[in-house]
Design a protein around this ligand. Structure first.
Ligand code: GDP
Ligand code: CA
Length: 330
């Protein structure tokens, strides 16, 4: 039997969790039982925040809940069957953000996490402890143990103002024109334990079809991660989060516009760049709708592959993950 491939996925929340679920299924379909040994997910923590005294990790929780099968698939975030009693009480106190809902079960997660952080555990140790509750079939690593919450600077009248990414995203639904995204402190952050080792030992590194600016962007901005990808022997294969000139779910197009990248599968490929030209990508998967862009991607020095990119159900997500493995020669 051939050994299981070692797969590393860089991921954000929604697109990230769908893809990671698909990869776990694809590995199982290859007859790999211990998918946790084969699949490492480096998760964006740029969305994290402190609220009402607890630490929230939206992307980490989305992926954990999805792998555990306890996520609210309908709504796209939080726990299935959650209630909001504590949230109502917080509102009555005027605590937290009135436009940001925290479910009761979800708050249990945040309380447990915050307690362990207060006891001195690093975020990566807390995640290890939380992940042990379920048989996730994947190893989850935060991109870094440092707090590097994303700050958005928006245009306001003749001036600018800054706010936490979650306020911009959830309260304002990304309608305030962004000028910049920053992760204060990231230049002195280091990758969480295990991240660089996983990349060095990987047979493939996959950039999930996640938001290139505020999900994959922060991961690549942690000093050392980009260099490790470029220096690693594993091919780097990306999956387009843009299909037919539109982001599939969410408001990633506003983020792309802010950094001067067009919402197209080829522009995002160009943004990541070809490994042969100071960039990252060896290959880039684009949707059938974007076939006409394949030549432009190839022109960047990136191998392009046309494949169905809609992760509308578990089978399609698994087929996409399998296609990514095959693209990497695995
Ligand atoms: P977030 O952290 O919750 O914003 O989620 P991610 O960053 O992981 O993913 C958000 C992006 O995933 C969206 O902006 C879409 O472009 C992309 N996405 C979501 N669903 C799909 C899908 O079914 N197929 C593809 N190709 N991309 C998707
Ligand atoms: Ca996110």
């Amino acid at each position: 039997m051939t050994p299981a491939p070692r797969v590393v996925v860089l991921a954000g929340g929604v697109g990230g969790s769908r893809f990671v679920l698909g990869m776990r299924t694809a590995l199982r379909e290859r007859g790999i039982d211990d998918t946790a040994a084969a699949l490492t997910v480096v998760v964006n923590t740029g969305d994290d925040l402190w609220l009402s005294g607890v630490r929230l990790q939206p992307d980490v929780d989305s992926i954990t809940y999805a792998l555990a099968g306890v996520n609210d698939a309908q709504r796209g975030w939080g726990r299935a069957g959650d209630t909001e009693r504590v949230n109502e009480e917080l509102r009555a106190w005027g605590a937290g953000w009135p436009w940001f809902t925290l479910g009761d079960l979800d708050l249990g997660t945040h309380l447990a996490r915050t307690g362990w952080l207060r006891e001195g555990l690093a975020p990566s140790q807390v995640l290890e402890r939380m992940a042990a509750r379920w048989d996730l079939g994947a190893r989850l690593l935060p991109m870094t143990d440092a707090e590097v919450d994303t700050v958005v600077t928006v245009r306001e009248g003749d001036g600018i103002r800054s706010m936490h990414f979650q306020e911009w995203w959830t309260r304002f639904r990304a309608t305030l024109e962004p000028v910049r995204f920053d992760n204060p402190g990231i230049s002195s952050a280091v990758p969480a334990p295990g991240v660089l080792e996983a990349i060095a030992e990987a047979d493939v590194v996959l950039l999930a079809p996640s938001n290139p600016v505020v999900s994959i962007g922060p991961i690549l901005s942690v000093p050392g991660i980009r260099d490790a990808l470029r220096a690693g022997r594993a091919p780097v294969v990306g999956l387009s989060p843009v299909i037919g000139g539109r982001v599939v779910r969410g408001m990633a197009d506003v983020c792309l516009a802010a950094i001067g990248v067009e919402t197209s599968a080829s522009a995002v490929a160009e943004h990541y760049g070809s490994r042969g030209a100071d960039g990252l990508l060896d290959a880039w998967l684009i949707a059938e709708e974007d076939e006409p862009l394949a030549a432009a991607v190839a022109g960047l020095g990136i191998r392009s592959l046309v494949t169905p990119l809609w992760m509308t159900d578990a089978a399609r997500s698994a087929a996409l993950a399998e296609a990514a493995l095959v693209t990497a020669g695995l």
